[in-house]
Structures are given as structure tokens and as C-alpha cells.
Design a protein around this ligand. Structure first.
Ligand code: FES
Length: 309
């Protein structure tokens, strides 16, 4: 895995009462370039150990003097968003992983239809910057709660004009997706129920799967603590209630490939040997889950889990 980047918080502002934008500059040298839809993992020193949360880059991909992220305060989360809202100040140093992209733009699309729910607007901010530079056809459908989850709304109104469509309740997806020009691509990001509804509607209207792209915002959630046995190395670990299985492995010095840390990319797939698993990923089929798990989100739901590590 690539080495972490050291960055400094150069600016921060509240976009809404629950969304904080943070600008990051390199502590030394330059930041790697990134493509629209990329995210970084921010390494957070929480009480239970180092936690890494993934955030989309909202800044212009053509400008790598800084990165920008926008963080929604999640009162029920394990504390990552709370730390970035309440503890991180301008001038603080942070470590982040280099950008990775699991939600890339498709250069050949004749029309880019973007559907965002709440904080799902974040990857689309970098999309819109890139699409404006390419003078590409784009329309944005933005579902938000006015005054709460409407980050960037004024900026988007100015930049997109009539190409921005806003909703405070679930829009008529059939109207958005029916009879669109040949070569259109659809992208959606936001809460899982919105993604499911968009994908179902696209399927019902005959959209080819290759033209429907989605990114879920999911992260490790707390659960019951459990013991972990690593059968190949003979090691025994404990996974705390506020810790993901992946974080417990990393704290013990094990390197497990990972990109999304949200159960969607498939990178961290690990074989389980024994014990009851609560699968929380969006990647494995039920048949695959009988043999594998995604330690970034899934966890044991009994006293002990054994892994083929
Ligand atoms: S890191 Fe992507 S599925 Fe676990």
C-alpha cells in the first residue's frame, strides 16, 4: 500500500449546520493529482486507536495545490466525523492515504445525469469542475434537506443554472430517467435507499448496467466486541465494540489491502474459517459470504471468529 501523505488543515468552514468543509495542503512537496470521483482516507487518532474514514475530494481535479473534503456530522458514528468537526483546527496536521477512484467519470458520455442525496453531493463537486472544463453536457438532481444537508447549493445554482434540479423529497425518478439521449450515463451517490431506487428505476427502464454508476456512503459501524483467531499465524486478537475488524488487524500490524473501507470495493476480502459473521458489505453474493467476509465493515456476532490469516 502507498505511504500516507502528511497534510495541514489550511482552511475550514461550515457549509451547513452539519457539514464542515476542510481544505488540506501538503506539509512538504506537492500533492498527487486525482481524477473526478476520487476519495482519500483520512487517518484519525480516536480513543480506540487509529481509524481511517474515506471522504470524496470535492476540489477541482485540475488544481492539486490543495485537496478539499466535506464531512457530514454523524451523531451515531464511531467518532470520525465528530473528530473532524469538533477537534480539527486550522494549522493541524493530518495523515491521509493517496487518492483512489472507485467512481470514475466516463469520458465518452453524451450526457452526464447526476443524482445526489445529501452529502452524496461531494464527489459531484469534482465531477462538475471537470465537466465544465470539458464543456460536457451535465444535469444535476440534488435531493437535500433545506438548511441542513444542502451543502454547496448556492454555488451550484450559480454554476449550473437551469441544469440544477433540487428536491426536498424523493423525485419522480421515472421522469428523470425516461427517454434520455443515446449515450447518456447516470451516476448516483447518497444514502442506500436512494441508490437502490435509482438503480431499480434505471433497470426497469432498460438502462444498460454499463451506463449506471453508483457510490454508497457506508462506513464501519459499531457492534459487539469479539475474539479473533488468525489460524495461519496462530495469533489471537480482540475486536472492540467501536473498532472494525480491519482496524483490529491493522493495530496488530497486519497489512490488509483496502480502498473504500465501506464494503463496496472488494479489496479487503478475507476467508473466514469458523464463527458466526454479520455481513454488512455490498460486494459479496450470499454464496461468497459463506466463505469470505469484508473486514472493513463485517464483524463477528458470536464470541469468536477465525480467519485464514
Ligand atoms: S476496503 Fe473496500 S470492501 Fe473492504
Amino acid at each position: 500500500m502507498s505511504a500516507a501523505l502528511k497534510v495541514r488543515v489550511s482552511a475550514a468552514r461550515m457549509l451547513t449546520p452539519v457539514v464542515r468543509e476542510i481544505t488540506l495542503k501538503p506539509c512538504a512537496g506537492t500533492l498527487p493529482g486525482f481524477s473526478p470521483g476520487s476519495h482519500v482516507q483520512v487517518h484519525l487518532p480516536l480513543a480506540e486507536g487509529k481509524v481511517r474514514n474515506a471522504y470524496s475530494l470535492t476540489s477541482d481535479p485540475a488544481d492539486n495545490r490543495h485537496y478539499r473534503i466535506a464531512v457530514r456530522l454523524q451523531e451515531t458514528s464511531r467518532g470520525g466525523s465528530h473528530y473532524l468537526h469538533r477537534h480539527v483546527r486550522i494549522g493541524d496536521s493530518l495523515e491521509i492515504s493517496p487518492p483512489a477512484n472507485l467512481f470514475a467519470l466516463h469520458a465518452t458520455a453524451s450526457l452526464h445525469i447526476l443524482i445526489a442525496g445529501g452529502i452524496g453531493i461531494t464527489p459531484f463537486m469534482a465531477y462538475i469542475a471537470a465537466l465544465e472544463q470539458r464543456q460536457a453536457n451535465v444535469e444535476l438532481h440534488y435531493l437535500h434537506r433545506p438548511g441542513l444537508s444542502d451543502a454547496y447549493i448556492e454555488e451550484l445554482q450559480q454554476r449550473l443554472g437551469s441544469r440544477l434540479h433540487t428536491y426536498s423529497a424523493r423525485p419522480d425518478l421515472g421522469r428523470i430517467l425516461r427517454s434520455r439521449p443515446l449515450g447518456s450515463h447516470l451516476y448516483t451517490c447518497g444514502p442506500q435507499p436512494l441508490l437502490d431506487a435509482v438503480r431499480q428505476q434505471a433497470k426497469a427502464l432498460g438502462w444498460p448496467q454499463s451506463r449506471v454508476h453508483w457510490e454508497a456512503f457506508s462506513a464501519a459501524q459499531p457492534g459487539q466486541p469479539f475474539d479473533l483467531e488468525l489460524v495461519r499465524s496462530g495469533r489471537h486478537l480482540r475486536v472492540g465494540a467501536e473498532q472494525s475488524l480491519l482496524e483490529a488487524l491493522e493495530s496488530a500490524g497486519l497489512q490488509v489491502p483496502n480502498l473504500c473501507r465501506g464494503g463496496v470495493c472488494g479489496q479487503c476480502m478475507t476467508r473466514h474459517v469458523h464463527g458466526e459473521i454479520e455481513h454488512r458489505d455490498h460486494f459479496l453474493s450470499p454464496a461468497e459470504q459463506a466463505e469470505f467476509l469484508m473486514p472493513c465493515v463485517s464483524r463477528g456476532c458470536g464470541p469468536c471468529v477465525s480467519l485464514d490469516l
